[in-house]
Design a protein. Structure first.
Length: 117
C-alpha cells in the first residue's frame, strides 16, 4: 500500500481522474502546466464549438419542423443540412486526437513521477 502524498505533492488518483474528464488537467496537476493547459484549452474549445454547432443546428431543425410550409419542395432537405455534420465530425476527431495525446503524455509523466517517489 502506498503512503499518502505529502502536502504539496500531487495525488495520482486525482490527477488520473482529472485527465479522464478533461484531457490535459491531469498533466497540469502533475506539474506539466504548459502542455496540460494547452491540451485542456484546446479540448474545451472543441467541446464548446461542437455544443454551439449542435444548438444552432437544433434551432434550425425546430424552425424547419414547425414551418407551416414544410411539404414545399426543398424544405425537408433543409432539415438534414442544419446540423453541419462535416464540422461536427471534424471537431469530434480533433477532440479524440487531443484526448489520445493527453493520455499518452499523462502516462509518461505518471511513470516519471512514480520513479521519483
Amino acid at each position: 500500500m502506498n503512503p499518502p502524498p505529502l502536502p504539496g505533492q500531487p495525488n495520482l488518483r486525482v490527477a488520473k481522474a482529472a485527465n479522464v474528464f478533461l484531457p490535459g488537467a491531469g498533466l497540469y496537476l502533475l506539474g506539466h502546466r504548459r502542455s496540460g493547459g494547452i491540451l485542456a484549452g484546446l479540448f474545451l474549445l472543441c467541446f464548446l464549438a461542437v455544443l454551439a454547432l449542435f444548438v444552432v443546428g437544433y434551432s434550425n431543425y425546430l424552425s424547419a419542423a414547425f414551418d407551416p410550409d414544410l411539404l414545399k419542395p426543398g424544405k425537408l432537405e433543409q432539415i438534414g443540412e442544419g446540423f453541419h455534420q462535416g464540422w461536427l465530425l471534424s471537431l469530434a476527431a480533433i477532440g479524440g486526437v487531443i484526448y489520445a495525446t493527453a493520455t499518452v503524455l499523462f502516462n509518461r509523466a505518471r511513470r516519471r513521477f512514480e520513479s521519483t517517489t
